[in-house]
Design a protein around this ligand. Structure first.
Ligand code: GBH
Length: 437
């Protein structure tokens, strides 16, 4: 049961877009009905997924999507952010599924907001190859040609920063490479793919295009010069390196030289204006000078040679995943972006925000969401043009290297029976959205 909050959440402007998010690999299953992705290959490797699971079945959303669309309708969200599996589109009849899904969403009065890439790269492709960016644009054209009559809002990529860092620099995610700084071309080629996809979408007559980048404030561990410098470097790598090419058409100083190919020409493509900017927010990161030893952090072992160390955020409640709950970090992030980029920052949409907790009576998730929605409203009051908020996630799902052990859903999924059970947070959000109307 949703417990009544002391005060209802503040009123958001008319037209504010409320939604929930998922991604293809994390929920669809039906792996036998698509090509393989790098995540299928990676999951087969020993010890890569903590519970030894794979996403072969996941939530079986591929077969159960009508039930999931009914849950979205009943929840009362304006929009649903899902992703399209490139390996599925590459297999015969693969687009039929998304055609049906989009029809079902439209019939339910829920706006479809697809992400074209959420980490499940076809296994035969490689982001170290520039050609993958060109292939992505071709795939984008095919998808837009089929769905563009009904899809009116698009997202190119999900979190190229995490896919670069975790997938190619540290090896904790697919494809499992540990290239450290040699992973930078992976970032460049994804950004190029983003720019080429913006052009492909526009050529297909599509508008309202954004990207979902992961960002968070970076807090120096102390005001010692070494800690501040390390925090600035982390901020450069995780925030500025992915925001500035998109928003300003340039890399931060010192980065462009490290990237492959004709970087200046590519930046003209990467900087193709977006209609809005999507931010996935989870938490700030506290960063200090390197200490010369391996860092155990958030389930990862970070190598000693990194030019910074990531430290625990102290004094905050943590989720089941151990991530600190810092709603005010969202206000700070948004006002910082507004100060940094001024009018170059288009309207912002929070494309993901959420937390993992056990249980169906998830009062902690209600507290988390209530706090973050209020923090978002404070950013609005401070002049940031925020147009939407999407909760990660509609339902529990395959949480990448963690397998099924982390539960981010508003809806509980029993992985034996695949039964869906709305949690207390689902009812809370439904009530909160009704009060907004
Ligand atoms: C998103 O990534 C993904 O887009 C989504 O697919 C995923 O399911 C969801 O979030 C939940 O993980 O430094 O260990 O304290 C989020 C990427 C990377 C955000 C790690 C939080 C800091 C946690 N996250 N980060 S930690």
């Amino acid at each position: 049961e949703p417990r009544a909050a002391a005060h209802p959440i503040p009123r958001f402007p008319d037209g504010f877009l409320w939604g929930v998010s998922t991604s293809a690999h994390q929920i669809e299953g039906a792996a036998d009905r698509r090509g393989a992705s790098v995540w299928d290959a990676f999951s087969a490797g020993p010890g890569h997924i903590k519970d030894g699971s794979t996403a072969a079945v996941a939530c079986d959303h591929f077969h159960r999507y009508p039930e999931d669309v009914a849950l979205l309708q009943d929840l009362g969200v304006d929009a649903y952010r899902f992703s399209i599996s490139w390996p599925r589109v590459n297999s015969p009849g693969g687009l039929d599924f998304y055609d049906r899904l989009v029809d079902a969403l439209c019939a339910a009065g829920v706006r479809p907001v697809p992400t074209l890439f959420h980490w499940d790269l076809p296994v035969e492709l490689d982001w170290l190859d520039r050609d993958t960016a060109e292939r992505f644009a071709e795939y984008t054209s095919v998808v837009a040609g089929r769905l563009g009559d009904r899809v009116k809002k698009w997202i190119t990529l999900n979190e190229p920063a995490e896919h670069t860092l975790l997938g190619h620099a540290l090896g904790a995610h697919a494809p499992g490479r540990q290239l450290m700084f040699d992973a930078l071309p992976v970032a460049h080629h994804q950004l190029l793919a983003h720019g080429l996809a913006v052009r492909a979408l526009r050529a297909a007559g599509a508008g309202d295009i954004g990207i979902a980048n992961s960002h968070g404030p970076t807090w120096a561990a102390s005001d010692r010069d070494e800690d501040v410098a390390a925090a600035d470097f982390y901020d450069l790598l995780l925030n500025r390196l992915f925001a500035e090419p998109v928003l300003l058409g340039r890399y931060p100083d010192g980065i462009g030289e490290l990237m492959p190919g004709d970087v200046e020409a590519d930046l003209k493509i990467i900087g193709e204006p977006v209609d809005w900017y999507g931010i996935n927010y989870y938490q700030p990161t506290r960063v200090g000078a390197p200490e010369g030893s391996e860092i155990e952090f958030g389930g990862l072992t970070l190598p000693a040679e990194l030019p910074f160390t990531v430290k625990e955020l102290e004094g905050y409640p943590v989720t089941d995943f151990g991530w600190a709950v810092v709603p005010e970090g969202l206000t700070e992030l948004l006002t910082t972006f507004r100060e940094r980029y001024g009018d170059r920052l288009p309207p912002v949409v929070i494309t993901e925000n959420g937390c993992s907790y056990e249980g169906v009576d998830d009062q902690e998730r209600i507290t988390f969401l209530d706090g973050h929605v209020r923090a978002l409203h404070r950013a609005l009051e401070q002049g940031v043009d925020v147009r939407g908020y999407f909760v990660w996630s509609l339902m529990d799902n395959f949480e990448w290297a963690e397998g099924y052990q982390r539960r981010f859903g508003l809806v509980h999924v029993d992985y034996d029976t695949l039964e869906r059970t709305p949690k207390a947070s689902y009812h809370w959000l439904r009530d909160a959205l009704r009060a907004q109307r």
